[in-house]
Design a protein around this ligand. Sequence first.
Ligand code: HAM
Length: 415
Amino acid sequence: MIKAIKGTKDILPDSIRNWKYFEDVITSVFKIYNYEEIRTPIFEETSLFARGIGEATDIVGKEMYTFEDRSKTSVTLKPEMTASVVRAFIEHYLGKRQPFNKLYYISPMFRQERPQAGRLREFHQFGAEALGSGSPLLDVEMINIAYDILKGMGLKDLTIKINSLGTPDSRKNYTKVLKDFLKDKENLLSTESKDRIKKNILRIFDSKHKNDIKVMKNAPKLLDYLDSESLEDFEQVKSILKSLKIPFEVDASLVRGLDYYTKLTFEIISGKVGSQSALCGGGRYDLLVEQLGGEPTPGTGFAAGMERILMACENEKSFEIQQSSIKLYIVCLDKNLNANAFSFAQTLRSNNISAEIDYLNRSVKAQMRDANKLNAEYVLFFGGEEYKANNAQLKNMASGEQEIISLDNVLNKIK
Ligand code: HAM
Protein backbone atom coordinates (compact mmCIF):
# COMPACT_ATOMS: atom_id res chain seq x y z
CA MET A 1 0.00 0.00 0.00
CA ILE A 2 1.27 3.47 -0.85
CA LYS A 3 1.21 5.73 2.20
CA ALA A 4 1.53 9.49 2.63
CA ILE A 5 5.15 10.66 2.85
CA LYS A 6 6.63 10.80 6.37
CA GLY A 7 6.05 14.20 7.94
CA THR A 8 2.99 14.96 5.78
CA LYS A 9 -0.62 14.61 6.89
CA ASP A 10 -4.00 14.12 5.27
CA ILE A 11 -6.65 16.40 6.72
CA LEU A 12 -9.76 14.22 6.82
CA PRO A 13 -13.39 15.39 7.04
CA ASP A 14 -13.42 14.82 10.82
CA SER A 15 -10.78 17.50 11.39
CA ILE A 16 -11.50 19.77 8.43
CA ARG A 17 -14.23 21.44 10.50
CA ASN A 18 -11.56 22.59 12.98
CA TRP A 19 -9.45 23.94 10.11
CA LYS A 20 -12.39 25.85 8.62
CA TYR A 21 -13.22 27.32 12.00
CA PHE A 22 -9.56 28.27 12.45
CA GLU A 23 -9.43 29.88 9.00
CA ASP A 24 -12.58 31.88 9.82
CA VAL A 25 -10.96 33.20 13.01
CA ILE A 26 -7.81 34.13 11.06
CA THR A 27 -9.60 35.92 8.22
CA SER A 28 -11.96 37.80 10.51
CA VAL A 29 -9.08 39.13 12.64
CA PHE A 30 -7.11 40.19 9.55
CA LYS A 31 -10.20 41.98 8.26
CA ILE A 32 -10.47 43.95 11.50
CA TYR A 33 -6.82 45.01 11.12
CA ASN A 34 -7.31 45.85 7.40
CA TYR A 35 -4.90 43.29 5.88
CA GLU A 36 -5.35 42.02 2.32
CA GLU A 37 -4.63 38.44 1.30
CA ILE A 38 -1.70 37.48 -0.91
CA ARG A 39 -1.08 34.07 -2.51
CA THR A 40 2.26 33.14 -4.05
CA PRO A 41 3.39 29.99 -5.90
CA ILE A 42 4.30 26.85 -3.95
CA PHE A 43 7.80 26.85 -5.47
CA GLU A 44 10.30 29.56 -6.28
CA GLU A 45 13.82 29.84 -7.62
CA THR A 46 16.14 28.45 -4.95
CA SER A 47 18.29 31.61 -4.91
CA LEU A 48 15.35 33.62 -3.51
CA PHE A 49 15.39 31.66 -0.25
CA ALA A 50 19.19 31.31 -0.16
CA ARG A 51 19.56 35.10 -0.43
CA GLY A 52 16.47 35.99 1.59
CA ILE A 53 16.68 33.62 4.56
CA GLY A 54 20.50 33.32 4.60
CA GLU A 55 22.94 30.64 3.37
CA ALA A 56 24.12 29.86 6.90
CA THR A 57 20.67 29.17 8.36
CA ASP A 58 19.42 25.65 9.14
CA ILE A 59 16.47 26.18 6.80
CA VAL A 60 18.66 26.89 3.77
CA GLY A 61 21.56 24.63 4.75
CA LYS A 62 19.66 21.52 5.80
CA GLU A 63 15.91 21.69 5.37
CA MET A 64 14.84 22.88 1.94
CA TYR A 65 13.13 20.67 -0.61
CA THR A 66 15.30 21.69 -3.54
CA PHE A 67 15.47 20.02 -6.92
CA GLU A 68 16.37 20.73 -10.51
CA ASP A 69 13.41 20.84 -12.85
CA ARG A 70 13.60 19.54 -16.41
CA SER A 71 15.07 22.79 -17.67
CA LYS A 72 17.85 22.51 -15.07
CA THR A 73 16.54 25.42 -12.97
CA SER A 74 17.04 24.89 -9.26
CA VAL A 75 13.66 25.31 -7.59
CA THR A 76 12.58 25.02 -3.94
CA LEU A 77 9.24 24.32 -2.28
CA LYS A 78 8.69 27.36 -0.11
CA PRO A 79 9.93 26.84 3.46
CA GLU A 80 8.42 30.18 4.59
CA MET A 81 6.52 33.09 3.05
CA THR A 82 8.42 36.27 3.86
CA ALA A 83 10.93 35.91 1.01
CA SER A 84 8.12 35.06 -1.45
CA VAL A 85 5.95 37.99 -0.34
CA VAL A 86 8.91 40.36 -0.66
CA ARG A 87 9.71 38.93 -4.12
CA ALA A 88 6.09 39.54 -5.22
CA PHE A 89 6.13 43.01 -3.62
CA ILE A 90 9.19 43.97 -5.69
CA GLU A 91 8.12 42.22 -8.89
CA HIS A 92 4.68 43.88 -8.99
CA TYR A 93 5.82 47.31 -7.73
CA LEU A 94 3.36 47.11 -4.84
CA GLY A 95 5.31 49.86 -3.09
CA LYS A 96 4.70 52.21 -6.02
CA ARG A 97 0.96 51.56 -6.08
CA GLN A 98 0.64 52.57 -2.44
CA PRO A 99 3.30 53.59 0.06
CA PHE A 100 2.20 51.11 2.68
CA ASN A 101 1.00 47.52 2.21
CA LYS A 102 -0.51 45.20 4.80
CA LEU A 103 -0.66 41.59 3.55
CA TYR A 104 -1.66 38.27 5.07
CA TYR A 105 -1.49 34.64 3.95
CA ILE A 106 -2.52 31.09 4.77
CA SER A 107 -0.39 28.52 2.96
CA PRO A 108 1.39 25.16 3.13
CA MET A 109 5.17 25.28 3.72
CA PHE A 110 7.84 22.61 3.31
CA ARG A 111 10.89 21.85 5.43
CA GLN A 112 12.75 18.56 5.50
CA GLU A 113 13.07 18.36 9.28
CA ARG A 114 13.03 15.25 11.46
CA PRO A 115 9.31 14.70 11.98
CA GLN A 116 7.97 14.64 15.54
CA ALA A 117 4.90 15.93 17.37
CA GLY A 118 4.41 19.51 16.15
CA ARG A 119 7.17 19.25 13.53
CA LEU A 120 6.14 18.28 10.03
CA ARG A 121 7.68 18.32 6.57
CA GLU A 122 4.56 19.83 5.05
CA PHE A 123 2.88 22.18 7.49
CA HIS A 124 0.64 25.23 7.25
CA GLN A 125 1.32 28.77 8.28
CA PHE A 126 -0.80 31.84 8.51
CA GLY A 127 1.04 35.09 8.77
CA ALA A 128 1.33 38.73 7.86
CA GLU A 129 3.86 41.09 6.32
CA ALA A 130 3.54 44.89 6.49
CA LEU A 131 5.81 46.72 4.08
CA GLY A 132 6.64 50.42 3.92
CA SER A 133 6.75 51.59 7.53
CA GLY A 134 9.48 51.39 10.16
CA SER A 135 7.13 52.33 12.98
CA PRO A 136 7.41 50.22 16.14
CA LEU A 137 3.61 50.59 16.36
CA LEU A 138 3.44 48.03 13.56
CA ASP A 139 5.66 45.61 15.47
CA VAL A 140 3.17 45.83 18.31
CA GLU A 141 0.32 45.37 15.80
CA MET A 142 1.92 42.09 14.63
CA ILE A 143 2.12 40.80 18.21
CA ASN A 144 -1.48 41.92 18.75
CA ILE A 145 -2.81 40.18 15.66
CA ALA A 146 -1.07 36.91 16.49
CA TYR A 147 -2.23 37.14 20.11
CA ASP A 148 -5.83 37.98 19.10
CA ILE A 149 -5.99 34.97 16.76
CA LEU A 150 -4.55 32.61 19.37
CA LYS A 151 -6.98 33.93 21.98
CA GLY A 152 -9.75 33.72 19.36
CA MET A 153 -8.97 29.99 19.23
CA GLY A 154 -9.57 29.88 22.97
CA LEU A 155 -5.91 29.41 23.97
CA LYS A 156 -4.87 30.61 27.41
CA ASP A 157 -1.48 29.09 28.18
CA LEU A 158 0.52 31.58 26.09
CA THR A 159 3.80 33.43 26.70
CA ILE A 160 4.93 36.30 24.50
CA LYS A 161 8.73 36.67 24.27
CA ILE A 162 10.37 39.69 22.70
CA ASN A 163 13.91 40.74 21.91
CA SER A 164 15.71 43.19 19.66
CA LEU A 165 18.46 42.15 17.26
CA GLY A 166 19.39 45.75 16.44
CA THR A 167 20.95 46.90 13.19
CA PRO A 168 23.58 44.84 11.32
CA ASP A 169 26.23 47.30 12.59
CA SER A 170 25.33 46.87 16.24
CA ARG A 171 25.15 43.11 15.63
CA LYS A 172 28.61 43.13 14.07
CA ASN A 173 30.07 44.86 17.14
CA TYR A 174 28.29 42.44 19.41
CA THR A 175 29.48 39.45 17.38
CA LYS A 176 33.07 40.50 18.13
CA VAL A 177 32.27 40.71 21.85
CA LEU A 178 30.62 37.29 21.77
CA LYS A 179 33.54 35.77 19.88
CA ASP A 180 35.92 37.14 22.52
CA PHE A 181 33.74 35.71 25.28
CA LEU A 182 33.74 32.26 23.66
CA LYS A 183 37.47 32.25 22.84
CA ASP A 184 38.55 30.21 25.86
CA LYS A 185 35.28 28.25 26.11
CA GLU A 186 35.16 26.72 22.64
CA ASN A 187 36.17 23.27 23.89
CA LEU A 188 33.13 23.25 26.20
CA LEU A 189 30.72 23.69 23.28
CA SER A 190 29.01 21.01 21.16
CA THR A 191 30.42 20.34 17.68
CA GLU A 192 27.39 22.06 16.17
CA SER A 193 27.95 25.22 18.21
CA LYS A 194 31.70 25.20 17.52
CA ASP A 195 30.78 25.20 13.85
CA ARG A 196 28.38 28.11 14.42
CA ILE A 197 31.10 30.36 15.88
CA LYS A 198 32.28 31.04 12.33
CA LYS A 199 29.01 30.65 10.45
CA ASN A 200 26.22 32.08 12.57
CA ILE A 201 27.39 32.77 16.09
CA LEU A 202 24.08 34.18 17.42
CA ARG A 203 22.36 30.84 16.80
CA ILE A 204 24.44 29.24 19.58
CA PHE A 205 21.79 30.79 21.86
CA ASP A 206 19.26 28.41 20.27
CA SER A 207 21.25 25.28 21.09
CA LYS A 208 19.46 22.63 23.12
CA HIS A 209 22.78 21.05 24.29
CA LYS A 210 23.13 21.19 28.08
CA ASN A 211 26.75 22.40 28.01
CA ASP A 212 26.02 25.09 25.39
CA ILE A 213 23.16 26.40 27.52
CA LYS A 214 25.45 26.52 30.55
CA VAL A 215 28.14 28.46 28.68
CA MET A 216 25.69 30.88 27.02
CA LYS A 217 23.98 31.70 30.31
CA ASN A 218 26.86 33.98 31.21
CA ALA A 219 27.38 35.37 27.71
CA PRO A 220 27.11 39.13 27.12
CA LYS A 221 23.65 40.13 25.86
CA LEU A 222 23.01 41.74 22.51
CA LEU A 223 20.48 44.05 24.17
CA ASP A 224 23.38 45.71 26.01
CA TYR A 225 25.11 46.50 22.70
CA LEU A 226 22.16 47.90 20.73
CA ASP A 227 22.42 51.12 18.73
CA SER A 228 20.37 54.00 20.15
CA GLU A 229 17.60 53.86 17.51
CA SER A 230 16.96 50.13 18.01
CA LEU A 231 16.97 50.65 21.76
CA GLU A 232 14.47 53.52 21.52
CA ASP A 233 12.16 51.47 19.28
CA PHE A 234 12.43 48.52 21.66
CA GLU A 235 11.51 50.74 24.62
CA GLN A 236 8.50 52.03 22.67
CA VAL A 237 7.33 48.49 21.84
CA LYS A 238 7.58 47.54 25.51
CA SER A 239 5.75 50.62 26.73
CA ILE A 240 2.84 50.21 24.27
CA LEU A 241 2.53 46.51 25.11
CA LYS A 242 2.37 47.51 28.79
CA SER A 243 -0.26 50.17 28.13
CA LEU A 244 -2.33 47.61 26.19
CA LYS A 245 -1.94 45.22 29.14
CA ILE A 246 -0.43 42.55 26.92
CA PRO A 247 1.82 40.35 29.05
CA PHE A 248 5.33 39.77 27.67
CA GLU A 249 8.80 38.68 28.69
CA VAL A 250 12.06 40.06 27.34
CA ASP A 251 14.19 37.12 26.24
CA ALA A 252 17.67 38.33 25.31
CA SER A 253 18.51 34.96 23.76
CA LEU A 254 15.63 35.02 21.26
CA VAL A 255 17.69 35.14 18.05
CA ARG A 256 15.29 33.39 15.58
CA GLY A 257 16.45 31.06 12.83
CA LEU A 258 16.33 33.39 9.83
CA ASP A 259 18.99 35.95 8.93
CA TYR A 260 16.80 38.80 7.72
CA TYR A 261 15.76 40.18 11.10
CA THR A 262 16.63 43.67 12.33
CA LYS A 263 15.40 45.26 15.56
CA LEU A 264 12.31 43.59 17.11
CA THR A 265 11.83 39.81 17.15
CA PHE A 266 9.12 37.92 19.00
CA GLU A 267 7.69 34.47 19.58
CA ILE A 268 4.54 33.22 21.24
CA ILE A 269 5.05 30.01 23.15
CA SER A 270 2.46 27.49 24.35
CA GLY A 271 2.86 25.60 27.59
CA LYS A 272 0.76 22.78 26.18
CA VAL A 273 2.54 21.31 23.14
CA GLY A 274 5.81 19.83 24.40
CA SER A 275 9.19 20.60 22.89
CA GLN A 276 7.93 22.24 19.68
CA SER A 277 6.37 25.00 21.71
CA ALA A 278 6.74 28.05 19.43
CA LEU A 279 3.29 28.68 17.99
CA CYS A 280 4.41 31.74 16.13
CA GLY A 281 7.44 33.85 15.43
CA GLY A 282 8.25 37.06 13.67
CA GLY A 283 9.96 40.39 13.68
CA ARG A 284 11.21 43.34 11.70
CA TYR A 285 13.29 43.00 8.54
CA ASP A 286 14.15 46.52 7.39
CA LEU A 287 16.86 45.50 4.90
CA LEU A 288 15.31 42.47 3.16
CA VAL A 289 13.52 44.30 0.34
CA GLU A 290 16.76 46.04 -0.62
CA GLN A 291 18.73 42.79 -0.30
CA LEU A 292 16.37 41.15 -2.78
CA GLY A 293 16.77 43.96 -5.30
CA GLY A 294 13.95 46.38 -4.37
CA GLU A 295 13.93 49.99 -3.22
CA PRO A 296 14.86 50.32 0.47
CA THR A 297 11.58 49.50 2.27
CA PRO A 298 11.19 48.60 5.93
CA GLY A 299 9.09 45.55 6.77
CA THR A 300 7.76 43.60 9.72
CA GLY A 301 5.74 40.41 10.06
CA PHE A 302 5.14 37.06 11.66
CA ALA A 303 4.06 33.53 10.82
CA ALA A 304 2.31 30.90 12.93
CA GLY A 305 2.23 27.11 12.62
CA MET A 306 -1.36 25.97 12.25
CA GLU A 307 -0.84 22.28 13.13
CA ARG A 308 0.93 23.30 16.35
CA ILE A 309 -1.85 25.70 17.25
CA LEU A 310 -4.53 23.06 16.65
CA MET A 311 -2.50 20.67 18.82
CA ALA A 312 -2.41 23.28 21.59
CA CYS A 313 -6.19 23.79 21.18
CA GLU A 314 -6.77 20.07 21.51
CA ASN A 315 -4.57 19.85 24.60
CA GLU A 316 -6.25 22.87 26.21
CA LYS A 317 -9.71 21.75 24.98
CA SER A 318 -9.96 25.37 23.96
CA PHE A 319 -12.94 25.28 21.61
CA GLU A 320 -15.79 23.06 20.62
CA ILE A 321 -16.98 22.82 17.06
CA GLN A 322 -20.71 22.84 16.39
CA GLN A 323 -21.75 19.61 14.73
CA SER A 324 -22.61 20.25 11.11
CA SER A 325 -26.20 19.57 10.14
CA ILE A 326 -28.44 19.33 7.10
CA LYS A 327 -31.89 20.81 6.72
CA LEU A 328 -33.81 17.84 5.38
CA TYR A 329 -33.33 14.12 5.01
CA ILE A 330 -35.70 12.43 2.58
CA VAL A 331 -36.50 8.92 3.79
CA CYS A 332 -37.74 7.07 0.73
CA LEU A 333 -40.40 4.52 1.63
CA ASP A 334 -40.62 2.92 -1.79
CA LYS A 335 -37.56 2.02 -3.88
CA ASN A 336 -39.57 2.65 -7.06
CA LEU A 337 -39.72 6.31 -6.02
CA ASN A 338 -35.94 6.73 -5.63
CA ALA A 339 -35.69 8.86 -8.79
CA ASN A 340 -38.66 11.04 -7.69
CA ALA A 341 -37.09 11.50 -4.25
CA PHE A 342 -33.84 12.47 -5.95
CA SER A 343 -35.64 15.04 -8.17
CA PHE A 344 -37.39 16.42 -5.10
CA ALA A 345 -34.03 16.79 -3.33
CA GLN A 346 -32.64 18.56 -6.40
CA THR A 347 -35.49 21.11 -6.31
CA LEU A 348 -34.73 21.88 -2.68
CA ARG A 349 -30.98 22.06 -3.33
CA SER A 350 -31.50 24.50 -6.19
CA ASN A 351 -33.35 26.64 -3.64
CA ASN A 352 -30.32 26.58 -1.32
CA ILE A 353 -31.73 24.01 1.08
CA SER A 354 -29.31 21.27 2.12
CA ALA A 355 -31.09 18.01 1.44
CA GLU A 356 -29.92 14.41 1.47
CA ILE A 357 -31.38 11.13 0.29
CA ASP A 358 -30.37 7.49 0.60
CA TYR A 359 -28.19 6.08 -2.21
CA LEU A 360 -27.78 2.62 -0.72
CA ASN A 361 -31.37 1.30 -0.85
CA ARG A 362 -31.39 1.04 2.92
CA SER A 363 -34.35 0.10 5.14
CA VAL A 364 -36.47 2.91 6.62
CA LYS A 365 -34.86 2.28 10.00
CA ALA A 366 -31.35 2.55 8.53
CA GLN A 367 -32.30 5.73 6.68
CA MET A 368 -33.55 7.23 9.98
CA ARG A 369 -30.24 6.31 11.60
CA ASP A 370 -28.46 8.09 8.75
CA ALA A 371 -30.70 11.16 9.19
CA ASN A 372 -29.80 11.27 12.89
CA LYS A 373 -26.10 10.90 12.15
CA LEU A 374 -26.30 13.86 9.75
CA ASN A 375 -28.19 15.93 12.34
CA ALA A 376 -31.09 16.51 9.97
CA GLU A 377 -33.45 19.25 11.16
CA TYR A 378 -36.38 17.63 9.34
CA VAL A 379 -37.15 14.20 7.90
CA LEU A 380 -39.60 13.80 5.03
CA PHE A 381 -41.18 10.37 4.56
CA PHE A 382 -41.45 10.13 0.81
CA GLY A 383 -43.93 7.51 -0.51
CA GLY A 384 -46.88 5.52 0.80
CA GLU A 385 -50.55 6.61 0.78
CA GLU A 386 -49.68 10.29 1.25
CA TYR A 387 -47.58 10.36 -1.90
CA LYS A 388 -50.60 9.40 -4.02
CA ALA A 389 -52.21 12.72 -2.95
CA ASN A 390 -48.93 14.65 -3.51
CA ASN A 391 -48.39 14.78 0.27
CA ALA A 392 -45.78 13.48 2.72
CA GLN A 393 -45.20 13.19 6.46
CA LEU A 394 -42.74 15.84 7.68
CA LYS A 395 -41.04 15.30 11.03
CA ASN A 396 -39.37 18.05 13.01
CA MET A 397 -36.48 16.14 14.58
CA ALA A 398 -35.97 18.51 17.53
CA SER A 399 -39.61 18.61 18.72
CA GLY A 400 -40.61 15.19 17.37
CA GLU A 401 -43.76 16.76 15.87
CA GLN A 402 -44.99 15.16 12.67
CA GLU A 403 -47.50 16.54 10.17
CA ILE A 404 -48.87 15.75 6.74
CA ILE A 405 -47.84 18.39 4.27
CA SER A 406 -48.29 18.93 0.54
CA LEU A 407 -44.98 18.36 -1.31
CA ASP A 408 -45.52 21.79 -2.88
CA ASN A 409 -45.35 23.42 0.58
CA VAL A 410 -42.25 21.67 1.96
CA LEU A 411 -39.83 24.33 0.71
CA ASN A 412 -41.75 27.22 2.30
CA LYS A 413 -42.25 25.33 5.53
CA ILE A 414 -38.61 24.50 6.19
CA LYS A 415 -36.60 27.30 4.58
P1 HAM B 1 9.54 30.47 11.67
O1 HAM B 1 9.83 30.71 13.12
O2 HAM B 1 10.53 29.70 10.89
O3 HAM B 1 9.31 31.90 11.03
O4 HAM B 1 8.14 29.75 11.54
C1 HAM B 1 6.97 30.28 12.13
C2 HAM B 1 6.16 29.17 12.78
O5 HAM B 1 5.90 28.13 11.85
C3 HAM B 1 6.84 28.48 13.95
O6 HAM B 1 6.71 29.20 15.14
C4 HAM B 1 6.09 27.16 14.00
O7 HAM B 1 4.86 27.32 14.72
C5 HAM B 1 5.77 26.90 12.55
N1 HAM B 1 6.69 25.90 12.00
C6 HAM B 1 7.94 26.09 11.55
N2 HAM B 1 8.49 24.93 11.13
C7 HAM B 1 7.55 23.97 11.32
C8 HAM B 1 7.50 22.55 11.07
N3 HAM B 1 8.51 21.89 10.53
N4 HAM B 1 6.36 21.89 11.40
C9 HAM B 1 5.31 22.55 11.95
N5 HAM B 1 5.30 23.87 12.18
C10 HAM B 1 6.40 24.58 11.88
C11 HAM B 1 9.02 32.12 9.71
O8 HAM B 1 8.65 31.25 8.94
C12 HAM B 1 9.08 33.57 9.31
N6 HAM B 1 8.75 33.67 7.88
C13 HAM B 1 8.14 34.40 10.15
C14 HAM B 1 8.13 35.85 9.76
C15 HAM B 1 7.26 36.45 8.93
N7 HAM B 1 8.98 36.77 10.16
C16 HAM B 1 8.67 37.93 9.60
N8 HAM B 1 7.63 37.74 8.83
